[in-house]
Write a protein that binds this ligand. Sequence first.
Ligand SMILES: C[S@@+](CC[C@H](N)C(=O)[O-])C[C@H]1O[C@@H](n2cnc3c(N)ncnc32)[C@H](O)[C@@H]1O
Length: 203
Amino acid sequence: MTALPKTYDRIAPIYDLLDGPYERLWKRRLRVDVFRGLDGDILDAGAGTGCNIFAYPHGARITAVDASAPMLEQARLRARRVGRAIDFRHMDLANLHFADATFDAVVATFVFMCIPEGGQLPALRELARICKSDGEIRLVDYCMSERPLVRAGMRVMSPWLRFAFDGTYRPRTEEYFEAAGLFCVHERLLFGDVVKMTILRRK
Ligand SMILES: C[S@@+](CC[C@H](N)C(=O)[O-])C[C@H]1O[C@@H](n2cnc3c(N)ncnc32)[C@H](O)[C@@H]1O
């Protein structure tokens, strides 16, 4: 396991409280978009406290992994509350215990923004390995706005994001797509120009 999830072990009991305002204002809406059209065996990679659960497509078989056991425990409780069957596994994205080509789709929402630089490529390689060759990998993360005022606001908020969530508004994940054997088939902004979904496939 990487050192990073310790942050999430600590904040797991209050994560939904901390993130609640963002969730209610805009995150909840975009989660539905992220899972739209997916079916079959889906991996929620870095599922956290299970904020995506309500958006999982009905009929799909969902596996949810996270490197933080306390975050995963919150997700388990949420799944029980809403009566959704999910296969929860405590795993590091850089070392997934699944056979090659297990999943029809892999989704990671706000996860790569908190994976340290050295962990990005190993995690992407694993996602590429466990996704079927005709499957999709959907990554959702922050990106820096082009608008000066919004950009300035993001700069101001950056220390908070780092302190509270060990995250960055400038993840450099796309620099590793090629080396991970992935290519981008589609990119779409989901919230202003500060949250982007990247759809990837295996080369
Ligand atoms: C900001 S939270 C996002 C959680 C959820 N995906 C969401 O959209 O609300 C990031 C999550 O990624 C998990 N995570 C970070 N690095 C990971 C890794 N290497 N392997 C698995 N999970 C990881 C953290 O433990 C945390 O639960």
